[in-house]
Design a protein around this ligand. Structure first.
Ligand code: PLP
Length: 558
């Protein structure tokens, strides 16, 4: 990485990253999905590279866990607070609310190397909402608290953003607070907007503009306008409403020149328009992962030893040639270590029946780990349970799956139930297929490291990027996937592709590829060559350092 670019930032002028979600349990904050994993990985990569970065995010006092009781997926709430995780109290911010008392936010700071997490806390902040479309007052309040409270809080700490990233439109109020502050200090509105636009990036993870949450003018009157100090900004904001309603991406689009999507395919299909009607061009900056978090340390060491990766975890210039030096023996041995790690984590958990499971060392493991939502098709592998059973028998295999059902999503809860019924009805499947509740980082990592074959079958065109497939590829696993999200970044994706014009064809293709994976695993030579092919294609894609480099170049035009 060209370190010259770092001159644009300093501890007092950090790269400033606003997000409503971060998935970093070690630091006390447990997100709900990919957006939060990305936020946590971005901070960790910055820490490794000694980049001054501040992540501004709510600390939700209620942590949601999934439990399985009497065949039902239920939510359990755990109360937590920032001081349990070594956050330091650094101040207060008030949020005004029309017609009621102001609400007092506490600001907590944690420093981790060159990076900081500034978290916004209030006893009544509630839980992290996980449904995609949420127009509630409570959600709006959370967004306002993070944006206004976070921006003003960082200024009071003497910090000023160099580059500012809005991780999804729910963080729009940070940019609004900044415009308001500039106008208050004497800039004209036009100048303030022009300034903000130059230094702010809006990162979109949603594909459909109309699917994003929308708030009405009354909600804004109550929660947003009372927190603006200048009449100019209030008038300007009023002008953005259409039929008394507004989506937060409107604010993001009006206050940024830089906009990014999270994979190449995503930026091609995202159909967004500015209020003027102009189509939005998103820059493709594919997500990457923090390799030391997600990859078995022995595998990472091997990448460094064989000069596949540089010390900063970017691919070396010879990485393609050096990948070929990973021998079948090394791959098998590392997979064994990974299996031990998986079993270590499984020992602490239970399947949907409350049983603790252990996977034999010589068995094959297929895994499916992603939120239990329709477009990811978690039930696709169960379309024909006889075929699934035959495959598991043939290759002495287990099938492990995990992923939370959204609260209130009765359709998907029903489908999970159906799948588990099918499994329960068959003696062999009951022994070989396990659903693991409460999908989290620990389980995600353990499956990435210790299983043999990952299955990823989103409906093509609906996955913005996805990062769990990256964890799989990094850990020398076989990937079976539809060509969607970040998987589609590489032309002629060198993986076991699930293809088909209809869902029936895709199901057949999925079973074919599961069989193919079983065959590949039987042969050292074929396994090594498939793993080499995957890594040669995807190594630059999965590297978090590559993503960071892309963002910095976009910000600072290097
Ligand atoms: C990696 C990870 C994700 C990201 O999942 P995608 O479906 O690939 O976006 C979500 N949740 C957890 C717990 C993870 O570890």
């Amino acid at each position: 990485m060209n370190r010259k670019i770092l001159r644009h930032m300093s501890p007092r002028r950090p790269y400033t990253y606003f997000t409503m979600e971060i998935y970093d349990k070690a630091n006390g904050i447990r997100g709900a999905g990919g957006l939060g994993v990305l936020a946590a990985d971005t901070r960790r990569v910055a820490e490794d590279l000694d980049i001054p970065l501040i992540t501004i995010t709510p600390f939700y006092p209620k942590e949601v866990h999934q439990v399985f009781k009497d065949d039902q997926s239920l939510m359990e709430i755990k109360n937590i607070k920032p001081s349990d995780f070594d956050f330091r109290h650094v101040g207060y911010e008030m949020i005004n609310i029309a017609g009621s008392e102001p609400r007092k936010l506490s600001l907590y700071l944690k420093e981790l190397g060159s990076t900081k997490i500034l978290s916004i806390f209030e006893e009544d902040l509630g839980t992290l909402y996980v449904s995609e479309n949420n127009n509630s007052d409570e959600r709006l309040f959370q967004n306002v608290a993070n944006g206004f409270g976070g921006y003003r809080g960082m200024r009071k700490l003497g910090l000023k953003p160099s580059a500012m990233q809005l991780n999804e439109s729910a963080t729009a109020f940070a940019a609004l607070a900044r415009v308001d502050n500039l106008v208050k200090k004497g800039k004209t509105l036009a100048k303030a907007i022009q300034y903000i636009k130059r230094y702010t990036l809006y990162t979109n993870h949603t594909l459909v503009q109309f699917a994003e949450s929308e708030f009405d003018l009354q909600q804004f009157e109550k929660y947003v306008f009372p927190n603006l100090t200048t009449p100019e900004v209030k008038t300007w904001l009023r002008g953005l409403f259409r039929d008394n309603r507004m989506r937060l991406n409107t604010i993001c689009l009006e206050l940024t020149n830089m906009r990014s999507g999270v994979s190449k395919l995503h930026t091609r299909v995202a159909d967004y328009h500015e209020l003027s009607g102009k189509k939005v061009n998103f820059r493709a900056i594919t997500n990457g992962i923090h390799l030391p978090t997600w990859i078995h340390p022995r595998i990472l060491n091997l990448y460094l030893d064989k000069e596949i990766l540089e010390d900063d975890h970017l691919p070396t210039w010879r990485y393609k040639r050096n990948i070929k030096k990973l021998t079948p023996g090394e791959i098998r041995k590392l997979k064994q270590k990974g299996r031990a790690e998986l079993n270590r984590v499984l020992k602490k958990r239970q399947n949907h029946l409350g049983q603790t499971i252990k996977i034999p060392e010589d068995a094959v493991v297929f895994d499916f780990k992603r939120r239990f939502v329709d477009y990811k098709r978690p039930d696709l592998p169960f379309s024909d349970v006889e075929k699934l059973k035959t495959i598991l028998q043939e290759y002495n295999a287990y099938y492990l799956f995990t992923g939370r059902v959204f609260e209130g999503d009765t359709v998907m809860a029903g489908r999970l139930h159906d799948v588990l019924d099918k499994v329960a009805a068959d003696d062999f499947l009951r022994e070989r297929v396990h659903y693991l509740p409460d999908y989290d980082e620990e389980l995600g990592r353990a499956l990435a490291i210790g299983s043999d074959v990952a299955i990823n079958v989103p409906i093509v065109g609906l996955e913005a990027c996805g990062t769990s497939f990256m964890k799989d590829i990094g850990n020398l696993k076989l990937l079976i996937s539809t060509i969607d999200g970040g998987v589609a970044d590489i032309r002629l994706a060198p993986i076991l592709q699930v293809t088909g014009q209809t869902e029936e064809e895709e199901i057949q293709s999925l079973y074919d590829k599961m069989n193919r994976a079983g065959e590949i695993l039987r042969s050292d030579g074929v396994l090594a060559s498939q793993i080499h092919k995957q890594l040669r294609g995807y190594l630059p894609v999965i590297c978090g350092s590559r993503m960071m480099d892309d963002y910095l170049r976009y910000f600072f035009k290097n």
